[in-house]
Structure formats: C-alpha cells, structure tokens
Design a protein around this ligand. Sequence first.
Ligand code: FES
Length: 156
Amino acid sequence: MDIERLNKILAVFEGEGGLISILQRVQEEFGYLPEDALFSIADFLKLPPSQVFSVATFYDHFYLTRRGDHLISVCQGTACHVLGARDILETAENCLGIKTGQTTPDYKYSLERVACLGSCALAPVVLVDDEIHSRMTVRKVKKLLTEDLDDTESQT
Ligand code: FES
C-alpha cells in the first residue's frame, strides 16, 4: 500500500473524520481496504484496531481483499433462478477460471452472486460494473466474458 496516498487522504479528515467516511474514501482510492490502511486509520482516529476491523467487516460494501477491475455480479434471485441463473453463474466461473467470490489472478475480474437486482422483468440478469445485461443465456455470458471488457461497450 502506498502510505503517502493514504496520508493525503487522512490529512483531509484531520479533526473531522468519521470512521465510515474515511473507510469509504480509502476504498475509493485503493479499490479495497488494505490491512495496513486499517491499522493506520485506527492510529489516526485513536481507536482500537479491533473496532476499525469490526466496522470494515460488518458492511458488505467494504472489501478487505483486492478486487478485480471489473465486478461481475450474477443475480440468483427467484426470477433469475427459475430462468437458469445457476447455469449462468457456473458458466461465468468456467469462463473466468475462478469460483464465485474470487478474483482472477491478474486482478481483472471479480465474480459474485447477488440476490435480486431489481430487474426481474429482464431476468436472468448479470451486472458488469454498473451495467445491466438482460435476458442472459449461457451463450451470451460466454460471449460477454470472453471479450475484453476494457475494449467493449454496452452489450445489453
Ligand atoms: S431476481 Fe434477478 S433481478 Fe430480480
């Protein structure tokens, strides 16, 4: 972790920083919350490290391990499930060569399963970063994940 980048962030919160805001800002900067950063934040706020770690692990939107550049979220809610979401998730795992919850070794992709994404009428649904891909099929997910997402525009 780049300590200078962290110190610049902490300096902004000098005298007015709340733990959650600092965690959010640090994650925004690094893409996750490095362990060293959590100890430094505890130091900065004069809190026991256990308190900082317990907040960081309590909320789902904080990540303690480095994530991929692209987050692939495969919906497993009821509407998506009945239309083959399980096969889609399995296909995504095979295409990326990782299991759900893991990140590819090159840190390009992270794969997760999520409950309803609120787009049931478009089921089954895969979310890539902020973009919904609707009415997915095994074939469509294979195509999506074998293309380089950095070079690809919308595929909905
Ligand atoms: S169940 Fe998948 S979007 Fe609602």
